[in-house]
Design a protein around this ligand. Sequence first.
Ligand SMILES: CSC[C@@H](O)[C@@H](O)C(=O)COP(=O)(O)O
Ligand SMILES: [Zn+2]
Length: 236
Amino acid sequence: MTTDTEVTSSPSHPALAGAERAIAELQETGQYFFQRGWSVGTSSNYSAVLNRSPLQLVVTASGMDKGRLKPNDFVRCNYDGVQVDTDNQPTTDQPRSSAETLLHVVLARLEDVGSVLHTHSVWGTLLSDHFSAEGGFEIEDYEMLKGLAGVKTHRHVESVPIFDNTQDIPKLAEKVDKRLHDESLPPIHGFLIRNHGLYTWGENVAEARRHIEIYEFLFEVLGRKLSAQGKLCNNA
Ligand SMILES: CSC[C@@H](O)[C@@H](O)C(=O)COP(=O)(O)O
Ligand SMILES: [Zn+2]
């Protein structure tokens, strides 16, 4: 039994306390996403920003069961995606970080991004196959769009870019980075990778998680609608 003044296993450094909290939130998110069928078979990866300058984030280690993440299934990375220790020094003394770490890094570099979440849902995968990778698609006229940060009306038109899938993650990260900074295109809250999955982000884990819920809801609505019309993935 503990008392108010007794501190058990609490980290002495504030950054460590932040890491513990972020890891606990991401563990819980993984359990929830696994149960929803959005992060099965070790798919998905999650991150949270621990420190902005210099940038340090905690990312899921590669190949872990996202429904049963343990505190040691997370690693720290810096601005370049290099694995670092608590003092921001490069280290190899951790499991290998997610194969898609660089995608987290390009998003986490944006000032208002505190967490990045990636899921592999059935509906997201089907839509990424249905729509052409060049143009992506738009979602409009749904009340649930208001769950995306800053969106005030169902009249909002949200662009969902689709990037071709590849195992060349540095190249994909470069393309994503370019899209994020292209001011001639509408701002986005997330994107799909073709036949692969969804990336979205938020100012913290709670907001990124809400964005996953909103996208997955809207993808299912669009997917079911197209399917009922006999159109889904019937592009011949
Ligand atoms: C079912 S494997 C899926 C992976 O290839 C990848 O896309 C993924 O989301 C998880 O990779 P990871 O390296 O564990 O972060
Ligand atoms: Zn993936």
